[in-house]
Write a protein that binds this ligand. Structure first.
Ligand code: ZN
Length: 160
């Protein structure tokens, strides 16, 4: 199986279209389905062939493709909690010895960083005829791992 998409004109430059999605969760871990926002961003870009990159600008909020089934979301939340429990022992949470990257409202979130390590900050999806080539059961999630706080997701569409 293979497919080659030809650009119709060499004068047509490759284009980049970027939008920002802002969300705040109501708890954590929370799976926020942003599929509709991504599809809308691809449509608004006018780009027909290329890729869309969905990128979280955070170290404790991840981007992942999976199935949006309510019971499964609870299973996956529990899996993350078991992999790196919130009440586990993290040096990052020891504000007596820690000096790096401390802010006014620093809160203990070692678990969220460790969970993020398993998930990652981005997904990339091919675009064909102006639509992301998502499979039937694939939804795009912003996953809050820390606590409800303002989050930014960059959606960058690249192609022509
Ligand atoms: Zn932290």
């Amino acid at each position: 199986m293979g497919e080659t998409i030809m650009r119709t004109s060499v004068e047509d430059p490759v284009r980049v279209h970027r939008t920002l999605i802002r969300r705040v969760a109501s708890g954590a871990p929370e799976f926020i389905d942003i599929t509709a926002d991504v599809i809308k961003a691809v449509e608004e870009s006018g780009i027909r062939e290329g890729t869309v990159l969905i990128f979280s600008r955070h170290t404790t909020a991840a981007i992942k493709i999976n199935e949006n089934e309510p019971l499964l979301l609870r299973d996956m939340g529990r899996f993350l909690e078991e992999a790196a429990p919130r009440d586990g022992n993290y040096r990052h949470n020891d504000f007596v010895i820690r000096t790096a990257n401390m802010t006014e409202d620093e809160c203990p979130n070692g678990h969220a960083h460790c969970q993020h390590l398993l998930l990652g900050a981005s997904e990339t999806i091919p675009i064909s005829e102006g639509k992301p080539l998502l499979g039937r059961w694939q939804s795009i999630f912003l996953i809050e791992l820390d606590r409800p706080r303002p989050r930014e997701v960059v959606v960058q569409v690249q192609g022509w």
